[in-house]
Design a protein around this ligand. Sequence first.
Ligand SMILES: NC(=O)c1ccc[n+]([C@@H]2O[C@H](COP(=O)([O-])OP(=O)(O)OC[C@H]3O[C@@H](n4cnc5c(N)ncnc54)[C@H](OP(=O)(O)O)[C@@H]3O)[C@@H](O)[C@H]2O)c1
Length: 221
Amino acid sequence: MKIAITGAGGQLGKELTQLFNNKDYEVFPFVKHQLDITNQAKIKQMLVDIKPDFLINTAAFTEVDQCETELEKAYLINAIGPYYLACEAKENKVKFIHISTDYVFNGDKAEPYIEDDVPNSKTIYGKSKQLGETLALAAYENTTIIRTSWLYGHGGKNFVNTIKKLASHTQEIRVVDDQYGCPTYTKDLGIALEKLLKNRMAFIMSRTQEVAAGLNLQLKS
Ligand SMILES: NC(=O)c1ccc[n+]([C@@H]2O[C@H](COP(=O)([O-])OP(=O)(O)OC[C@H]3O[C@@H](n4cnc5c(N)ncnc54)[C@H](OP(=O)(O)O)[C@@H]3O)[C@@H](O)[C@H]2O)c1
């Protein structure tokens, strides 16, 4: 199975690249300077050249505070980028998986959010990611959106590593106590993602076998 990954220099992108490489998939990781997701022509070229089964987008402008002042950049990377990826994935018949965030919600709900809750972000980061979801789904019905939260992985810029670093040279650490979230280990997300890819592949193979049987064709698995 061929898997192309955008944003492969980031926390999640690195984890997925390593995880899938270890499992013997054909992995094509692209860091920002190799493939800018705001460059539609480059995306097209990459998909035509590689013809992956799946395109996974982990690229994003994730600096939540900076998004508030750099609106144009936030919307370009977090909304237009996924739209271009979805359009080109459709054109090239590649299944598209786009990583999104719990920031699409405003955080006012007392219980955990579920998939059917209506996005209503207060932040530019959340609004730009929300628009990215909407545009990608509108452009291509074979888009899967995965909303994750509080990602932490090895070497990444995240809460766990920040506290670890502070703890190594400070006796007392002061942290906010009014934020609630669900920390997600990048490796756990990778394992769940792999299950999703396999399930979707199995479903496609079984449908292909059914159609082939209808046409009286023999397929090699
Ligand atoms: N981190 C979290 O807590 C969290 C929580 C929920 C959801 N998410 C979502 O999960 C996904 C992965 O997050 P992450 O923690 O791995 O983020 P990350 O470490 O910031 O990685 C994002 C990567 O995207 C790259 N990038 C930025 N603009 C790009 C562009 N135009 N074209 C191609 N690549 C570009 C970045 O490169 P530069 O660094 O060089 O700009 C970076 O390598 C994102 O969609 C994010 O919204 C993250």
